[in-house]
Design a protein around this ligand. Sequence first.
Ligand code: ZN
Length: 457
Amino acid sequence: MRLTFVGASGTVTGSQYLLECGGSRILIDCGLFQGYKQLRLRNWSRPPYEPRAIDAVVLTHAHIDHSGFLPRLAAQGFSRTIYSTQGTRELCRVLLPDSGRLHEEDAAFANRHGFSKHKPALPLYTEQQAEACLSQFRGVDFRQSVEVAKNIYVEFCPAGHLLGAASVRVSTREGTITFTGDLGRPNDPVMKPPDTPGPCDYLVVESTYGDRIHPPIDPEQELLDWLKPACERKGVIVIPAFAVGRTQTLLLMLARLRARNALPDLPIFMDSPMAIDATQLYRKFADEHRIDAEECRRMCSAAQITTTPEASKALDSGAGPKIILSASGMATGGRVVHHLKAFVGDKRNLILLAGFQAGGTRGAALLAGAEKIRIHGEEFPVRAQVGQLQASSSHADANELLAWMGKLPNTPKAVFVTHGEPAASDALRLRIEHELRWPAFVPESRSVHQLFDGFPP
Ligand SMILES: [Zn+2]
């Protein structure tokens, strides 16, 4: 068995692993690189395999850094089946066309304003190409074994990170390997805790927060503590948040704060063309999360939903206080970028970051205290307050990752630590070696490892 780390090595984005076994080749995840330019450029380079020769793709979950390269792969000739859970398949139906639309809008904007070095600037893929690859999806139930290529079987295990999110256990004649995907938290307000898959010979574990412990504070109180002062100074609160998952968790917290009269009276807008679809999915996949029908209804009605571009633009003229929730979560694109242009320059306003901010993104720059940010080729001074929510992460922290690994029914031959900035991955590697006493490695990008051939030596 041969494993190639195509992406998510030395970084949190671009998740993609090539597994070759008995003449078959499968990909686990097929994500976009985001953040630093040198990473984003990798989306344009040819992958280290022939797309036509891939027998199947298996997705852990729908986030774009795990699924967003699929339309490009299909356009390059991959025509076989994409296996995922039912929830991931439905989320991808919403997210991938939107991703294609954003690529097209960015290219069109660059061409209109002439700030791209490429003439004309081209999209990585189009909305139509994204729509086209959706027919290749096959939804599989959790904990059901499916043969994805000759003698390669895959089983999805709930990962608690997002609707449909799974750890993937791959079984072959040589042995088994488990990919954690992104792991959620044991006490997430929305998702049920991650489950533990069966035994594995090798483990590939994420390490987004491999060097951090989430503070033991109440996420609702933390949110309120940020909102209150901004409301008092009549500021506009812009919360960049991934349209599916993060946004609903925030809406649930806002609905609960409102229900106990803790929240000042102010309008809340959910500005996303995908909002309605996402909300319906929470009703459909009710057994994956903890919120009952009544709270689900309250969560879904906590905000006024704007779906059209005109309604979205109108949000940029009205005065505060108000809350605008809009994607993307790291402010790399999407409607939130327009709201940042409108509101980042006024010190009454608050930009509240809600999830992990990968290096090289506007979100990371804001968090690092940048005095100005660049949007659409123009510079905007940062005068608004910038904050980050720490307690409501959808990723397990280092202790929670170790506790999850400790529940595995056996000791793996080796653990590969991926999906983290270098410091985070290495910190987790050290803890795995010292506390669990398992051999652990942080693989280089595009490195190739021969498994079962006496590895590790
Ligand atoms: Zn994710």
